[in-house]
Design a protein around this ligand. Sequence first.
Ligand SMILES: Cc1cc2nc3c(=O)[nH]c(=O)nc-3n(C[C@H](O)[C@H](O)[C@H](O)COP(=O)(O)O)c2cc1C
Length: 181
Amino acid sequence: MKILGISGSLRKASYNTAALRTCRELMPQGMTLEIAEIGDIPMFNQDVFDAGLPEPAKRLRAAVTAADGVLIASPEYNFSLTPALKNAIDWASRPPNQCWQDKPVAMFSASAGPLGGARVQYDVRRILGQLWAHVLPRPEVFIGSAQGKFDAQGKITDEATRKFLTELLAGFGPWITRMKK
Ligand SMILES: Cc1cc2nc3c(=O)[nH]c(=O)nc-3n(C[C@H](O)[C@H](O)[C@H](O)COP(=O)(O)O)c2cc1C
């Protein structure tokens, strides 16, 4: 199964991007993860879309379309989506060939706050739901107070967090299979 990872944070030292990288180690056999670059996608503008897709947006749309599933990791910014994540979702959402249609998605969030970005997950679910993506309902994974759960190299040092991510990834495979039926 080819999984496309999207991090909602553009920060080099992002906990979410670091956790996504760790998912490579925690994935069940037969699952691979490629992490999308979304930092170079211009701000969505329908005029630009209509004039011809910019290369980075074209690349994202092709990657979402080709993936068996999309794994989103994101902090919440002001209780909701980061601009980078919303922009990526929007570019991939416009017809023709709306890329989220029937796409299995799993997500987790990491943030400095104690709730681990919980609120962004419900906004992402609402947005992707109306695009007919199928977001894995459970397990939910919130990495709260993330600054205490990673080492300086971005490795997750908190065993419970590794276990929660392992369970999420273990549930994602069967979800993809079920949603493809
Ligand atoms: C614009 C902005 C808004 C933020 N809003 C929230 C918030 O609503 N809740 C929260 O827990 N953390 C918030 N934070 C702090 C982030 O959780 C923290 O910067 C985190 O490290 C971002 O994730 P990253 O490490 O993947 O970049 C905010 C940070 C920024 C820059």
